[in-house]
Design a protein around this ligand. Structure first.
Ligand code: NAI
Ligand code: MG
Length: 335
């Protein structure tokens, strides 16, 4: 049995993690959940924002499934997500966005994998505020080491998964030095993989190209803020935030989580789509070499998604979160 840290999170977090737990239990996945919370849920239970017990659990297990955590806007605490990514140097945020048979979108053939640098850029936490003058300075720290690591990771992934092209997304026309560091790092990574095409696009043009003709892209690499925004955009190309998974990967730790947030507008109603977190959990299973279980549950999930009636409201269906999970469980029998 593999021990995996589970962070149930805020908003829809507990609802969608219940769905994953139910599917894993029915499939008899050899995983034991080590449940620890963080953020608002942890504060409300009288604990720290990031309790020491959670850090201990992560250090011990080295792998986690994390539901979304609410981050207050303006004053309040620093994002738990950003803190965890920086503390454990989870420098790769991998977010695949692929068209799914049965999910109707404007595009038929999208198959993108976004690599978002996950620890620096505008999310470095270097923010200075002069209340008297009404000035806020936010430093977008870009390092050579950070860019090289994310570019290497993207090219190594492209090579391993037989991908043909890597697109670097930047704003080097305005942010000259930051852009140069990223583009130089990409050229260095690309030199090791001459069979993979390297191209670069300026972020604003890239947004237009993605909504116009997303089929032309393959693996994408970008800095933290652009990656955050682009990954929500990419999810919109393939069925929305309810279906897109993600992984935060470091050298010796990995935390898997959906792209979406805690969705306060639908929290507590039992109607959230658990597909995104379930797909993140399947990425986790591949990470711990449980490939057979991952493929089996994926097949049951894909079969469920083919039947709109069995899907949640965001996909045009009528099922609740747990009804959807039950359909996935019922479909497991065929695989
Ligand atoms: P959001 O991603 O939570 O929601 C955006 C829209 O998508 C909402 O209409 C929501 O109902 C819908 N949606 C999201 N996930 C869905 C699902 N699984 N099924 C069906 N519909 C879904 O973004 P929002 O509202 O901007 O952020 C809410 C909170 O989440 C904020 O406090 C934010 O800081 C936090 N957040 C946390 C993240 C994390 O923990 N990794 C990531 C993104 C946001
Ligand atoms: Mg985001």
């Amino acid at each position: 049995m593999k021990h995996v840290t589970l962070i149930p999170g805020d908003g829809i977090g507990p609802e969608i993690t219940e769905a994953v737990k139910a599917v894993f239990e029915a499939a008899q996945v050899p995983v034991v959940w080590d449940v620890h919370n963080a953020g608002l849920a942890s504060l409300e239970a009288g604990n720290e924002l990031i309790p020491a017990s959670l850090i201990d659990s992560l250090n011990k297990n080295r792998v986690a499934l994390k539901a979304p955590i609410t981050t207050p806007v303006g004053k309040g605490f620093k994002s738990i997500n950003v803190q965890l990514r920086q503390k454990f140097d989870l420098y790769q945020n991998i977010r695949p966005a692929k068209s799914t048979e049965g999910i109707k979108t404007r595009y038929g053939n999208v198959d993108l994998v976004l690599f978002r640098e996950n620890t620096e850029g505008l999310y470095s936490g270097l923010e200075m505020y002069d209340e008297r003058l009404g000035i806020s300075d936010s430093v977008a720290r870009i390092t050579h080491v950070g860019c090289q690591k994310i570019c290497d990771a993207a090219f190594e992934y492209a090579h391993k998964h037989n991908r043909k092209k890597v697109t670097i997304i930047h704003k080097a026309n305005i942010l000259k030095t930051a852009g140069k560091i990223l583009l130089d790092a990409a050229a260095k990574s690309a030199a090791r993989f001459p069979h993979i095409k390297l191209e670069d696009k300026i972020i604003d043009n890239m947004c237009m190209q993605l909504v116009d003709r997303p089929e032309q892209f393959d693996v994408l690499v970008t800095t933290n803020l652009f990656g955050d925004i682009l990954s929500d955009l990419c999810s919109g190309l393939v069925g929305g935030l309810g279906v897109v998974a993600g992984a935060n990967i470091g050298r010796d730790m990995a935390i898997f989580e959906a792209v979406h947030g805690s969705a306060p507008d639908i929290a507590g109603k039992g109607i959230a789509n658990p597909t995104a977190i379930l797909r993140s959990a399947l990425m986790l299973l591949h990470h711990i070499d449980e490939h057979g279980q991952a493929f089996r549950i994926e097949a049951a999930l894909e079969k469920t998604l083919l039947n709109k009636e069995q899907c949640t409201g965001d996909l045009g269906g009528k099922a609740s979160t747990m009804e959807f999970a039950q359909h996935v469980i019922d479909n497991l029998a065929a695989y």
